[in-house]
Design a protein around this ligand. Structure first.
Ligand code: SAM
Ligand code: DTB
Ligand code: SF4
Length: 344
């Protein structure tokens, strides 16, 4: 177990960015294998339970009503539909199920429904995560009582750059929700997006905000901007691949125990780029053909890549044993009914 720090200074993080690529990756890898099982990847399935119609103006998001060609808004998904998706994710080997809603903040009735969805996820033996926008203190406590494992709420970028990307809320709003979530005892999932037009200093400052929280987030998603048509940031210059990998390495160095997730944008990454991200300390991905509205890597393609890299999906053996046991019990039951019929 390494010493966790929450007093990172800008210059030292910029110095990490300035290290030679090989030295930085080597250092990050050493920290990674000292704190995590090597060659393991956590897979997490995403489901949009309420798509589009969001009043926030996040410049990267296709679900904002401020985007040029807004996607059609859907009502909150039914519990039956959610159950179908959770079962499918579990059968594909996923161990965590994350449900996202295009809300600025959920109403209390919305929270009632989401709690029922969280129960479905737990009943099917998976870990739960939700991302619903800003929460009140009371809503965070209610979600915690439902047993919710993680709440995702990204800081996205540096405090200074934030207003260039979003104007309908501010950085402090985001930090307040993170505080309520942490105090309610829910694990924190918070990260950002690279490729918003931010500078290296902004990337360093984002990581400092996350690492200098009282407690490191248990999970840090690093998204690569998916350029969605109609959004303000559609035409942005793509983030340099090596800079993306460097940022993953520095996230690992600054937050040694945290799951670092390669999140949106994997679909456009080469296998070699992903391999370097895993070497640099990335140990979690979103799994399944769809993110919220954007496409993701095909499950089969991911399986091939993990095999090729000699990586294993975390929790999969346990999950398969459990599924096999359930199937065996089911067969036993069927056999018993058949035997009874024969006897009668
Ligand atoms: N509405 C809630 C919120 O904003 O917190 C939850 C859903 S929102 C889509 C979750 C996160 O997805 C955002 O905070 C952002 O970091 C990420 N995201 C959204 N659109 C993206 C895009 N086009 N490319 C990369 N990441 C994106
Ligand atoms: C996160 O950091 N990335 C996910 C999840 N948390 C909710 C969302 C990515 C969204 C990508 C664009 C889309 O699908 O619309
Ligand atoms: Fe709404 Fe979340 Fe999209 Fe922002 S990122 S527009 S809050 S759904």
């Amino acid at each position: 177990m390494s010493n966790l720090r929450n007093n990172w200074k800008l210059q030292e993080v910029l110095n990490l960015f300035d290290k030679s690529f090989n030295e930085l990756l080597f250092d990050a890898h050493e920290i990674h294998i000292a704190n995590h099982k090597k060659d393991m990847v956590q897979v997490c399935t995403l489901l949009s339970i309420k798509t589009g119609g969001c009043p926030e103006d996040c410049g990267y998001c296709s679900q904002s009503i401020h985007s040029e060609d807004p996607i059609e808004a859907t009502p909150l998904m039914s519990l039956e539909e959610v159950k179908k998706h959770v079962k499918q994710a579990r059968d594909q080997g996923s161990t965590r199920f994350c449900m996202g809603a295009a809300w600025r903040r959920p109403s209390n009735q919305n929270i009632d429904r989401v709690i029922k969805m969280v129960e479905i996820v737990h009943d099917l033996g998976m870990e739960s995560c939700v991302t619903l926008g800003m929460l009140s203190e009371d809503q965070a406590i209610r979600l915690s009582k439902s047993g919710l494992n993680y709440y995702n709420h990204n800081l996205d970028t540096s405090r200074d750059y934030y207003a260039k990307v979003i104007s309908t809320r501010n950085y402090q709003d985001r930090l307040n929700t993170l505080k309520y979530v942490r105090e309610a005892g829910i694990k924190v999932c918070s990260g950002g997006i690279l490729g918003l037009g931010e500078s290296r200093k902004d990337r360093a400052e984002l990581l400092i905000e996350l690492a200098n929280l009282d407690q490191h987030p248990e999970s840090v998603p690093i998204n690569m901007l998916v350029q969605m048509e109609g959004t303000r940031l559609y035409d942005n210059e793509k983030i340099d691949e090596l800079e993306f990998i460097r940022t993953i390495a520095i996230t690992r160095i600054m937050m040694p125990n945290t799951y670092v997730r390669l999140s949106a944008g994997r679909e456009s990454m080469t296998d070699s780029m992903q391999a370097l991200c895993f070497y640099a300390g990335g140990n979690s991905v979103f799994y399944g053909e769809e993110l919220l509205t954007a496409p993701n890597v095909e499950v089969e393609e991911d399986r091939k890549l993990f095999n090729n890299l000699g990586m294993k999906i975390e929790g999969e053996t346990k999950q398969i044993n459990k599924l096999n046991k359930e199937k065996a019990l089911d067969l036993d039951k069927k056999q018993n009914t058949y035997n009874l019929k024969l006897i009668n």
